[in-house]
Ligand binder design. Sequence first.
Ligand SMILES: [Zn+2]
Length: 507
Amino acid sequence: MLARVFTATMEGLNPVKIEVEVDGVTGTPNFILIGLAAKAVDEAKERVTAALQNCGIRIKAKRTIVNLAPADLQKTGTAFELAIAVGLLKMFGEISIDTDQTMFFGELSLDGVLKPVAGILPLVMAAKKMGYLNVVIPEANQAEVAILTGIKIFPIRHLSDYIQYAQKLRLLTPQHSTKFTLTDQSNPEVLLEDITGQFKAKRALQIAAAGGHNLHMIGPPGAGKTLLAKALCSILPPLTEEEAIETTSIHSIAGIATCTGLITTRPFRSPHHTVSTAGMIGGGSDMSPGEISLAHRGILFLDEFPEFARATIEALRQPMEDGYVHITRAKGTVEYPARFSLVAASNPCPCGYWHSKLKPCSCSPGKRKLYSQKISGPVIDRIDLHFWVQTQNIKLNQESTNCTLYSTSNIRNSVLAAHQLQQQRFANLPIFYNAEMSPAFIKQHCICDAQAEQTLYQAQRRFQLTTRSFFKVLKVARTIADLEGQEIIGDAHLSEALQYRPKEIVI
Ligand SMILES: [Zn+2]
C-alpha cells in the first residue's frame, strides 16, 4: 500500500513542500531512498530502521522504496526522518491515521528519541501558510515556535509517543501559544555609562543609532572600541514582532536558535578577521546564512577591519546597498536578508599608535599608507560616520553632567524620538532610516536653511566632496536635526555632520 506523508524544507527563506511517498513491493528485501537526497538524508534509512525497531515495530522483509518529491530538488538535512518513519508505519499498516492535514519535522536518534532540527520556525510558518492544520515537531524545538498561532503544534519527545497516539492508546495535546513581549534590551552587556569619557564617540553612536548609519572607529588598541560597539546595542530600539520572527528564522535555518526560543534582542555578531568570504556572506556546502544575515536587524562588528581579506570586505558592498544577499552555487541560488548596521574598528597603523598620546608610532610612512589602503575605497564610501577614539585617562569616582547626559536611557529616548520622526517621514515607503534615503529622497527631505546651504557648498569646494559624500553629509545632518526635533537642517547640524567625513581621518 502506498503511503504519502508531508514535510518541507527551506531554500534560503523560501519553503518547499516535500512529499514523502513510501511503497513496498515484492522483491529482495531492501530499503531504497530516491529523490536527490544528500548523504545526511540517505543515512536516514539506517536511523529510521533502528528507531522503528526500538519502538517495537518489526520491519517486514520487503523491497521498500521511499521517494522524496519533487525529485529535482537537492534535499539536505535530517528534518525528513520523522516523516519517513510515519510513512513506513502507514505503509506497513502499523498505524492507519489520516495525515493529509499534518506536516512532520524531526530527526530520529537510533533509540527513537526526536532530536531538534534547524529551521523549525520558518518551517512551521510555511506549513500554516500552505493550509496544513497540524504539525508534529521535536519537543526540544517547541520554545522556538511558542508564539505561533493558527496551527496546532504537537511537540513529541519520542517516536513511540506518536505511534501510541495514532493507535489511540494515548492523547497528544497541542502546545499553548505564548504572547510575544517586547524586550527593551533591559539587560545589555555594556551600557554607555559603563564607559569612561568618550563623549565624542558616544555622540557618534547616538547619531548612528538614530539614523541607521554605518560607522567606522579608528583608534589605538585598548581605547575601548569593542566596548563602544557593544554599548551601541543598548541604545537601539527594541525589535518588533515581525523583526523578531524574521531574525529568529535566519538563526533557525543556521541551526543556532533551535532550542533557545524567539530572539527578542537585536543580534550582535563579531566574526574574527580570519572569517572566510562564505562565512561572512553565506554559502558553503549547505548554503547556510553568513554573518551578515545573522546580523540582520542588528550589528555586524568588524574589529581590526583592515585585517579582513580584501575579497571578504568587497563582498559586503552589494548587501550594504541592497539589504539582502544572493548566494549562487552549483546547487542553485538562495537569497537571505542582510540589513545590518556595520560597525568597523581599525587601528590607525600596523603598530596601532599613530596619533596616539600614549606611545610614538614606530611605522614608516610607507607602511602606514599601505595599511590604510587595505580598506577598499568603495566600502569606506558606504560608511557614513568616521571618527577617532582615543585612550581615556581613568579617574575613579568621576561624576560629571556629561556622564548623565550620555547615559543609555537618555540617549535611547532621543534615538526613539528620532525614529518616530523617520517613521512619519517614510510612512508607506520601503525606507526605515535616514541612512537608506536615495538622492531623490535626500533632495526632498533634507531642506537646509540659507546658512547651512552656504556651509555645504563651501565644504563641497574646499574638500572636493564627491556626489556620494555630498549626499552622505546631508543624510547625517538630517539625523542630527531629527535628534533635536528640527524639520529644517541648520548650520550647526551641517557643520557637525561634516566632522564625520572619512577624508580627514584616514591617513
Ligand atoms: Zn604605527
